[in-house]
Design a protein around this ligand. Structure first.
Ligand code: UDP
Length: 314
């Protein structure tokens, strides 16, 4: 199949491109290189089935079909900055990616009769009042806060997907991705796993925002990729959680990283960002039932692999 991966040079996108090439597909990677990195896809460029196109999905003058006139069978949309530091650095661009950009992708999918998968997010649940979060939970999001450009952006993106499905019978998939980590994360990504590992390896202070009692559930990237692929291959047109239900406090994460890196770093506390969700854990019973998917790599093992990548690269 010919498959388009938007945001294909990013952390998750680059793993997905590699996985799809290994399955024997032709892969077109589209990226505006705002947070995506050439080095993430450098090795893939040797493969004749891989093509890279520099393009911004929000570009209205040059539409996606001008860039890819030969069409595609499937689309994975990962084109959106995902770290709070990046998505808040230009909030309006983030909203554009999730509105204008989404419409451009959906129109391109319609034109091609392609199945299109949206990488949505656990952020659509906001600071959840239901725990763990099931797909039926409608969320608790501050429309006016600094995270809203991403949270509300991803919510309206889901709405657009559903409306194209209803109106045009477009074949859609919606993955609600929980915190993901692994190789190809940028050292300066600003997210907790990359920050802690980079700090620990340099024996710098580990920066815990708040008291570290907030929780997250961390999924290793290879598990996530399996889940995305299985979702695409399913006929399921509704949102589905993809994440590892193992829930850890940020303080627990910091201690694990210090132990696994044998670091001398001390832990320091900094201000908790506004609207930082207090806890997050996916209920993945739907993914188990519909996709026979269940993550296999626990936090300890995933951290070891990620630390080894950071040691080699940074
Ligand atoms: N966090 C932290 N120190 C850091 C970076 C993040 O304590 O150096 C916290 C952050 O406040 C949040 C959690 O770790 O509670 C996860 O943050 P991240 O930005 O990785 O993801 P998200 O908030 O989008 O889940």
């Amino acid at each position: 199949m010919k498959i388009l991966v938007t945001g294909g040079a990013g952390f998750i996108g680059s793993h997905l491109c590699k996985f799809l090439l290994e399955k024997g597909h032709k892969v077109i990677c589209l990226d505006n290189f705002f947070t995506g990195k050439k080095e993430n896809i450098q090795q893939l460029e040797r493969d004749s089935n891989f093509k890279v196109i520099a393009h911004d999905i929000t570009d209205t003058k040059n539409s996606i079909d001008i860039k890819i006139p030969e069409g595609v069978d499937q689309i994975y949309n990962l084109a959106c900055p995902a770290s709070p530091v990046h998505y808040q650095s230009d909030a309006i661009e983030t909203i554009k990616a999730n509105t204008l950009g989404i419409i451009n992708i959906l129109e391109f999918a319609k034109l091609n009769g392609a199945t299109v998968l949206q990488t949505s997010t656990s952020e659509i649940y906001g600071d959840p009042l239901e725990h763990p979060q099931k797909e039926s939970y409608r969320g608790n999001v501050n429309t006016l806060g600094p995270r809203a450009c991403y949270d509300e952006g991803k919510r309206v993106a889901e709405t657009l997907f559903m409306d194209y499905h209803r109106k045009f019978d477009l074949s859609i998939r919606i993955a609600r991705i929980f915190n993901t980590y692994g190789p190809n994360m940028d050292k300066n990504d600003g997210r907790v796993v990359s920050n802690f590992i980079a700090q620990a390896l340099e024996n710098k202070s580990i920066t815990i925002y708040g008291d570290g009692s907030q929780t997250r559930s961390f999924c290793y990237v290879n598990d996530l990729i399996e889940g995305l692929y299985k979702l695409m291959s399913s006929g399921y047109n509704y949102p589905i959680n993809l994440g590892n239900p193992g829930e850890f406090t940020i303080l627990e994460l910091a201690k694990k990283v210090i132990r696994l890196t044998d670091s001398d770093s001390e832990i320091i506390n900094q201000n908790l960002p506004q609207d930082d969700p207090t806890r997050r854990k996916p209920d993945i019973s739907l993914a188990i039932k519909k996709l026979s998917w269940n993550p296999t790599i626990n936090l300890e093992e995933g951290l070891k692999r990620t630390i080894s990548y950071f040691k080699d690269r940074h």
